[in-house]
Design a protein around this ligand. Structure first.
Ligand code: NDP
Length: 241
């Protein structure tokens, strides 16, 4: 497959698996990260995929970053909005900084990154936008009012943007992963991890590659008729309609 793919949060976890899988399929891939230079360096050395450092919540940084990537590689044809963080707390103890951090990284980034690219995709009459939401945006999760709100917002954003751009050759889809074995999940206590696995009918966490495979499908010509879809990949933990 040829094309230029930009993957936010592409240096660790699910994003790194997506970046590697797309590179293996023949895309030129750029991976964006924010703070962890040593993880990004390791990823770059192993995967031979160029990395770029900027904050997806910072609109000006996204405009500048996208234009740098496009100067080096050409017009971006696939955008994977994957970068995300958690700042968990019960709502009655949550502070404004925890709320803002999660909303800006996980939801404002849908605006900042996509807005920086959409006009070019519309002019070229082709684009693939794949947004990574979450099971917890579908069902809500105790301790994650901020994250659940942001990820539910990603679903609404995806559905509306898909309708606006379908006639321009641009598809917009979202994936809602269940619990996947990455740093984000590694931070939970072992007993919480065991309790999570006990709720997953297939009896295990997901692998990052299982999300990456779905992204590759949604980016491919095989998925040209698929837009506005919310793809649930969670081992049967939550059966969404
Ligand atoms: P990780 O914590 O493993 O990796 C997050 C990646 O996002 C890193 O590359 C990180 O960069 C980057 N990132 C974080 N904040 C920013 C920012 N402000 N600007 C640019 N890059 C940023 O996350 P996962 O792989 O677990 O999660 C990936 C996505 O999947 C997220 O959207 C998450 O919400 C979603 N998801 C994850 C699930 C899971 O079980 N893991 C389940 C459902 C959804 P750096 O290394 O510099 O920090």
């Amino acid at each position: 497959m040829s094309g230029i793919a930009l993957v936010t949060g592409g240096t660790r976890g699910i994003g790194a698996a997506i970046a590697r899988a797309m590179s293996a399929e023949g895309y030129s891939v750029a991976a964006v990260y924010h703070g962890d230079d040593s993880a990004a360096e390791r990823f770059h050395e192993e995967a031979r995929i160029p990395v770029f450092k900027w904050d997806v919540a910072d609109e000006a940084a996204c405009v500048k970053g996208v234009s740098e990537v496009e100067e080096q590689f050409g017009a971006i044809t696939v955008l994977v909005n994957n970068a995300g963080i958690t700042r968990d707390s019960m709502f009655h103890r949550m502070d404004w900084a925890q709320w803002r951090a999660v909303l800006s990284t996980n939801l404002d980034s849908m605006f900042t990154m996509t807005r920086a690219l959409i006009e070019g995709m519309r002019e070229r009459r082709f684009g693939r936008i794949i947004n990574i939401s979450s099971i917890n945006g579908q069902k809500g999760q105790v301790g994650q009012t901020n994250y659940s709100a942001a990820k539910a917002g990603v679903i609404g954003f995806t559905k509306a943007l898909a309708q606006e751009n379908a006639s321009r050759g641009i598809t917009v889809n979202a994936i809602c992963p269940g619990y996947v074995d990455t740093d984000m999940v590694a931070h939970v206590k072992p007993e919480v991890r065991d309790a999570i696995i006990a709720q997953i009918p297939v009896g295990r966490l997901g692998a990052p590659q299982e999300i990456a495979d779905a992204v590759c499908y949604l980016a491919s010509p095989r998925a040209a008729f698929c837009t506005g879809a919310i793809l649930t990949i969670n081992g049967g933990q939550y059966i969404a309609n």
